[in-house]
Design a binder for this molecule. Sequence first.
Ligand SMILES: NC(=O)c1ccc[n+]([C@@H]2O[C@H](COP(=O)([O-])OP(=O)(O)OC[C@H]3O[C@@H](n4cnc5c(N)ncnc54)[C@H](OP(=O)(O)O)[C@@H]3O)[C@@H](O)[C@H]2O)c1
Length: 334
Amino acid sequence: MKYRKLRDIEVSAIGMGCMGFSHGYGEIPKEEESIRLIRKAYDLGCTLFDTAEAYGPYINEELVGKALKPFRDKVILTTKFVPVFQKGQEIPEGKLSKKGITNALNDSLKRLQTDYIDIYYEHRVPLESNVEEVAIWMGEFIKEGKIRAWGQSQSTVEQIRKAHAVTPLTAIQSEYSIMERMFEKDVIPTCKELNIGFVAFSPMASGFLSGKYDKNTQYKGDDVRRVITRFNPENVEKNQPLLDLLQTIADKKGITKAQLSLAWMLHKYPHVVPIPGMRKDERIIENLGASEVVLNDEEFNNIETELNKITIYGNRTDEDIHKLGTVKAMDLTN
Ligand SMILES: NC(=O)c1ccc[n+]([C@@H]2O[C@H](COP(=O)([O-])OP(=O)(O)OC[C@H]3O[C@@H](n4cnc5c(N)ncnc54)[C@H](OP(=O)(O)O)[C@@H]3O)[C@@H](O)[C@H]2O)c1
């Protein structure tokens, strides 16, 4: 495993996204199995683990806290608060108040069985919200020792610059993969300029880039692939040229498409750290193993040239994910 920095916090070059152990990808493993898999990632050198109060809600933080407890001080634990209320959190001041976030933070600390969070993210940053005010509170939490650093998820360049000027941000966590490159044009370069780390969520495009899912794969329960458009059967077919490109280069190097997808972003940017979700031994070994893959300039430039000729169909949006509620309700009536 190689290591890199999110601002001044050292992390493994590839982290583990823990959401899928409780939320978002259908059937979940038994608790003992999830704990075993999280600890396996640690044994393989992974030191960055990501969760959120929204995953479950709450139960993912409890699971991750339990799994990491024996070596809590050896890892970087990141969690997030959402700007809207979760079950049981309603207070007159509103969630985006000092009291609302303080309560959320104290509850996360309890569930995670820890007295500090390494990076505490604002899970979404509403356009109408006062980012400077939130940044002041985050600075106070840092002074109190409840968090070491803070970040935002899916924020705009303007929000990043405003917040960073008040209390420096350590990481932005937003969607990024060889299939979804929308933040290459502004957020990722801004992070580089300001020495902010960029943590790439859904770096495997929800598994698509592994090439192990096809247009006939069926998804159940709360699996987001039932509603995000890159998994429409027709888009899965239309996106085949991307998998073909990855396959050709991966074959030449004796690696997998999943590994090439991760190695590509590690090569492209020194401040980017992907956090794939993975719930099988062989996927953990495969994905974490990508940290050792080295691309030469010719290979990298070839990928970039070919990528620019490929059109990507479909994406993953919060609006589409909200449709999951309706799809799951239909399961019950069918
Ligand atoms: N900030 C945000 O708003 C936000 C949003 C989404 C996610 N996240 C964070 O980012 C993390 C990663 O996101 P994600 O779970 O969408 O990432 P992802 O790695 O792009 O997608 C995970 C899916 O891909 C599959 N997969 C991963 N590697 C594979 C491989 N080598 N071969 C075959 N299948 C593979 C996983 O399979 P199995 O798990 O079934 O093995 C899972 O179904 C989350 O866990 C969460 O911590 C944050």
